[in-house]
Design a protein around this ligand. Structure first.
Ligand SMILES: N[C@@H](CCC(=O)N[C@@H](CS)C(=O)NCC(=O)O)C(=O)O
Length: 275
């Protein structure tokens, strides 16, 4: 399998992120768009549409669209799914991908390609040369601004704060009366569990983790974010506040590295082999 990339271009970057998230190691061939390598005879044999990204499969099939590349990689590396697991999630991910392309990416491409001096005569990718239309650049900018405004409303600070408040409420309901819950900074929270050993704290952490994973968080009363997960690191206080937080932080990084939505403890616990 070979991946045809261009480090400076946005579309292959999407595929590169997907490959990295899947932890795949794929031979990569760099195509220099600045030098016009996409228009060479050699590359046209790979993709007659003269664009990157391309994923060339072992049987010679060439996938030339991000959507196709993502679907293929998800099928061969289904762990840590990126395109959704339930029917609702799969539908939502495909829906957002289509909206991002139609309402965000292509208007931006119109804006860039119809006004950049370096793209005179190359207003559309592909084997045919098309002249720039300055009005399309203006329209593209207006449409992209509209799209990003909508995204900011959904995912900007106000929506983020609303989500954090929802998460804090669920955390508060799932810890014990005697536990102490605080926001540690950003999207990090701390729960202190007095008179509790490491195994007991892991039990609390598991309860908290599953409570969040099973909750639906509603933003603006309209958009339902069903999939929110947390990663948890658990450590026991052994005399030094600094090493206590450091140990919890290291365990948290292990939880994130293990695919997120899980609990990891600072030391091994025979009763919890996965923790
Ligand atoms: N089919 C594409 C779009 C690919 C695309 O437009 N790629 C640009 C780089 S961002 C390209 O190859 N441009 C070649 C050119 O400008 O001639 C996708 O999967 O997103």
């Amino acid at each position: 399998m070979r991946f045809f990339d261009c480090k400076t271009a946005p579309s292959p970057r999407r595929a590169r992120i997907f490959i990295a998230e899947k932890g795949l190691d794929i031979e990569t061939v760099e195509i220099d768009l600045g030098k016009g390598e996409q228009l060479s005879d050699d590359f046209r044999r790979i993709n007659p549409r003269c664009t990157v990204p391309v994923l060339e499969l072992d049987d010679g099939t060439c996938l030339t669209e991000n959507a196709g590349i993502a679907a293929y990689l998800e099928a061969i590396a289904p762990a840590a799914p990126l395109l959704g697991t339930s029917a609702e999630e799969k539908g939502s991910v495909a829906n957002w991908n289509a909206r991002i392309e139609l309402e965000g990416l292509w208007p931006l491409a119109d804006a860039l390609r119809n006004r950049s001096k370096g793209m005179v005569g190359r207003a559309i990718t592909g084997p045919t040369d098309y002249q720039q239309i300055p009005e399309l650049a203006e329209r593209g900018l207006a449409r992209a601004a509209e799209f990003f405004e909508m995204l900011n409303d959904r995912l900007g600070h106000a929506a983020g704060d609303e989500l954090l408040a929802g998460i804090a409420k669920t955390l508060d309901e799932s810890v014990r009366e005697t536990d102490f819950l605080a926001r540690y900074g950003g999207e990090e929270f701390v729960v202190l569990c007095p008179d509790t050993d490491l195994a007991g704290a892991v039990t609390v952490a598991e309860k908290v983790r599953s409570a969040i994973a099973e909750s639906s968080f509603i933003l603006d009363g309209t958009s339902q974010l069903s999939k929110v997960t947390i990663s948890i690191g658990v450590a026991q206080f052994e005399g030094s506040r600094r090493s206590f937080f450091k140990a919890a932080d290291q365990a948290l990084y292990r939880a994130k590295g293990a695919g997120k939505n899980c609990v990891k403890a600072a030391r091994e616990l025979p009763d919890y082999p996965d923790v």
